[in-house]
Design a protein around this ligand. Sequence first.
Ligand code: DGJ
Length: 305
Amino acid sequence: MKNGEMWKDIDGNDIQAHGGCILKHGESYYWYGENKGADNCPGTTRVDVIGVSCYSSRDLVNWKYEGLALSADKDDPQSPLHPSMVAERPKVLYNEKTGKFVMWLHLDDSRYVYAGVGIAVAERPEGPFRLTCAKQPNRQDSRDMTLFKDTDGTAYLIHSKDWNKTLNIAKLSGDYTDVDGMYVSVMQDQEREAPALCFHNGMYYMITSGCTGWSPNGALFARCPHIMGKWKLIDNPCEGRNYRRTFEGQSAYIFEAGGRKWLMLDHWKRFDLKNSGYSILPVEFDSDHNMTVRWTDEWNGLPLI
Ligand code: DGJ
């Protein structure tokens, strides 16, 4: 699979899973993302909401389309999932206590003014997910977002707030279906979005992009020894061609596979969003807690060990 390009599923169809995440459950990996499989609305940089796709794979290369895990709500013009809205960056976690799969996603109106989240729950990884709530977490605006599950099972919502000026890290309730009221604001006034987190050797890391809409910009990583501590922005982790523009992409998610961390990117085509490509790139760490994301031309799944 060529990094930066549109990828195909095992049936030869385009993979529609933008702004996504990868969840391992059992022996399978599940890739959830925005289904943007329609033309942009004329003269705009948006596609009507179709829903959240789910794909499954055992090797992270051969992806089987499992259908829409969460579908747009065509019949109710008041629904936050109506096609005329915005539904972006879906993230899914498995909750060990309840045995349920919980999805959070950015829900918005077409002008990105409402700025909230949706929370949906399913019994099975493929869905169907049922929207249980649409709100502003801790009564704050929320645009780009991700979820992070810590080693002790506690989960967090990380979202851009204050019109993307600052990021909040908000603790989730034990069943992951709400925020529990505890949060910290980090990287204040640094204007970062597209957060993707991981934990490695006692340190939390977060990659973010700047706020330039669908256009690429320089990624930065931040780190902190405590998830709710004082995060520090460090530097651009990217190395290789186009490293100053995140390889012409934007961070979507960091996942673990084969004992390593991988960063998934979106390569947005703003006037043809359905053809936006993907990359999966290796993430490395050194003993000084520096993080490096290196460009590779291809994603061929996990290296044989
Ligand atoms: C950048 C965000 O990262 C995307 O998810 C999307 O919301 C675009 N902005 C919209 O301009």
